[in-house]
Design a protein around this ligand. Structure first.
Ligand code: GNR
Ligand code: NI
Length: 167
């Protein structure tokens, strides 16, 4: 296992659209294991491969209290969305920044599991938010892209200032 470096907004590589995984082989299983380790260490409740500069459609999520319910989604697609919820979001690629984003309350996704089996899952609440946040990453979208231009500008200057003091 290995910890992977996480790209920071506004790194242009966060805008890349990830490609579907063609074959679930040992390299994909290793990527999932490394992404899980990186997510738990951060700590975060989800991580998309895009954030570790791998532009393939792979996501890990664990929204459990005990951090003992790892979910891995290969090639996830949003099949159904309904309702709305607004919650405070954060992102490991945008450290220290939190803001409200409107999302669907309930989603149905299709994906491949680590055995390459096609599966369907329904989710609501925080898990539904996290799934939407991670699929956005695979499409090159960061949660701050959902905020106003004014807020995005403020976030960029705050992160640039942070980077100067930690350098
Ligand atoms: O750790 C995370 N917490 C979080 C909180 C509210 C909404 C979404 C998230 S996902 C985030 C981890 C991350 O950046 N995933 O891409
Ligand atoms: Ni994120």
């Amino acid at each position: 296992m290995a910890l992977l470096p996480i790209l920071r907004f506004p790194d242009p590589r966060l805008k890349k659209v990830a490609q579907p995984v063609a074959q679930i082989d040992a390299s994909i299983r290793k990527l999932v294991a490394d992404m899980a380790e990186t997510m738990y260490e951060a700590p975060g409740i989800g991580l998309a491969a895009t954030q570790v500069d791998v532009h393939e459609r792979v996501v890990v999520i664990d929204v459990s209290e005990e951090k003992n319910n790892l979910l891995a989604f290969i090639n996830p697609t949003l099949e159904k969305c309904s309702g709305e919820q607004v919650g405070e979001e954060g992102c490991l690629s945008v450290p220290g920044i939190y803001d409200k984003v409107e999302r669907a309350e309930r989603v149905t996704i299709k994906y491949l599991d680590l055995d390459g089996k096609q599966r369907t899952m329904e989710a609501d609440g925080l898990l539904a938010v996290c799934i939407q946040h991670e699929i956005d990453h695979l499409n090159g979208i960061v949660f701050v892209d959902h905020l106003s231009q004014l807020k995005q500008g403020r976030i960029k200057s705050k992160l640039a200032k942070q980077a100067r003091v930690t350098a």
